[in-house]
Design a binder for this molecule. Structure first.
Ligand SMILES: [Zn+2]
Length: 476
């Protein structure tokens, strides 16, 4: 990659969190029987009239406000004409020259360097259906047709696969904070088209010929496709070849980009204003009201976590990456847990469970108040760390109360002086040689004896109390 500049632009389609479709009242629910969430409007029957979903417009404006875009009080819908078997109408309703939002940016951080990726526009459009192929026949499910998509288009400011990945992660966090999309990648809520070109760093200002990789539906796919495509273009140029302007698709299994069609056959979309849909006109007061109800964004919340809770930057960054996780942490602290202890538990145990199970925090049976009480048991020396983790495991399964779990399973830490004295006495009697070593000056022998006490009590002895009593007995 030495000696080359890379320019990448992303067009990200995000499914908005609305209950009904963009131009009709059909539900947007995922995973239902094919062609059950359809009506004459989203099936494109002649004579039907689309009506714009106000929530979809609001969520697009909210996104624009979060990303610092200019919100256009006047926008309109256009017909984008092309043939596609998944599309009921032979045109898609989209926005051409008057999108809802223009400008704005997304801040990313790669290897400690902060960079702003400028946005060109955000517009609203309808999704198309989905084809299925079985054996020798094919079918189309139109449940997805008409679902509102917001298309967020960047300037070609991204200069590596890592930056593209960081952009998507940052964008997803913001969209989740604003509750404009569930950003559920498994359900195809976020899909990307990626433009990519490379240019030899020899002073020429012209961008290289670009290729477009269509319809990537995982962030990892975007990253891998770009890594591959950048290397491929450089290889072609190094050999003295030229880059063909073409549309590609990413073959995730083989790990290569494959040509779909050459731009020589580029579509003429014959955009024109949709005569059935009046322009969208927003009142300045309603936009202002939405601006005032914006949530605290991740970058801001990160700074606040550092200041208010005294957390290290790393902790704050991990916690705010997902709104639900950050909320869970804050509620645990509000229930009385010390912030750093709460942060440690959430970052290690809670995030580990989420990573392993693929669940969301809100799906867990563990509640913040219960975690705060468990942390309190550790802080007060009622249970030691290994036991606390065991109790945590039970709480995940049963959603139970930590004190009760400790009581019922006899897990309470043994701090009782008399009981510990007795165990220490047994351990010392059984390890005369180690005791002699200790008294002869081999202080490390103490650790071995503490270990024996822990073993005798099956891990329940309070290690600090055990050490103190041992020392008293050995030296007294
Ligand atoms: Zn419909």
């Amino acid at each position: 990659m030495q000696g080359y500049d890379v320019s990448i632009g992303l067009e990200t389609h995000v499914q908005l969190k609305t209950r009904s479709k963009l131009f009709c009242s059909c539900p947007t629910r995922f995973g239902e029987e094919p062609n059950t969430n359809v009506c004459p409007v989203c099936l494109g029957y002649p004579g039907t009239l689309p009506v714009v979903n106000y929530q979809a417009v609001r969520l697009t404006v909210v996104t624009g406000l979060m990303l610092g875009c200019r919100v256009n009080l006047h926008s309109k819908f256009d017909r984008k004409n092309y043939f596609y078997p998944d599309m009921p109408k032979n045109y898609q309703i989209s926005q051409y020259d008057q999108p809802i939002c223009t400008g704005g940016s997304v801040e990313i951080e790669v290897e400690g360097k902060v960079k702003r990726i400028r946005l060109r526009r955000i517009h609203l459009e309808e999704d198309v259906g989905k084809s299925f192929h079985f054996g020798r026949s094919s079918g189309v499910d139109f449940n997805r047709a008409g679902i509102p998509l917001m298309e967020i288009v960047t300037e070609p400011d991204i200069s590596s696969a890592d930056e593209a990945h960081a952009y998507l992660v940052a964008l997803k966090a913001i969209l989740e904070y604003g509750e404009v999309s569930d950003c559920n990648l498994e359900e195809g809520n976020v899909r990307c088209d990626v433009n990519c070109s490379v240019r030899k760093r020899d002073g020429s200002r012209e961008l290289g010929t670009k290729t477009e990789i269509k319809n990537l539906n995982t962030f990892r796919g975007v990253y891998r496709a770009l890594k591959y495509e950048i290397a491929r273009q450089i290889r072609v140029l190094e050999r003295g070849g030229t880059i063909q302007q073409q549309t590609l698709r990413w073959d995730d299994e083989k790990g290569v980009t494959v040509a779909l069609r050459s731009k020589e056959y580029a579509h003429d979309y014959r955009y024109f204003p949709d005569p059935d849909i009046p322009p969208v006109v927003l009142r300045p007061e309603e936009v202002e009201a939405w601006r005032e109800s914006l949530p605290e964004l991740p970058s801001r919340r990160k700074r606040r976590f550092q200041e208010q809770y005294g957390l290290p930057e790393y902790d704050a960054g991990v916690l705010v990456a997902e709104r639900e996780v950050a909320d869970f942490f804050e509620r645990t602290v509000a229930e009385g847990a010390p912030p750093k202890a709460a942060s440690n538990w959430v970052m290690t145990e809670v995030l580990r469970v989420i990573g392993e199970s693929g669940k969301r925090v809100s799906d867990l049976r563990l509640r913040p108040e219960a975690l705060a009480r468990l942390i309190s048991l550790v802080e007060r020396g009622m249970v030691n760390m290994p036991t606390a983790k065991e109790v945590f495991g039970v709480m995940l399964e049963t959603g139970g109360d930590p004190e009760r779990i400790v009581r019922e399973r006899g897990l309470a830490q043994v701090s009782d002086e008399g009981e510990l004295m007795e165990v220490v006495g047994r351990v010392l009697a059984a390890n005369q040689k180690v005791v002699a070593d200790y008294r002869a000056g081999k202080k490390a022998a103490l650790q071995f004896l503490i270990g024996q006490v822990m073993r005798e009590t099956r891990g329940k002895a309070n290690p600090k109390a055990a050490a103190r009593i041992l020392r008293e007995q050995l030296e007294g």
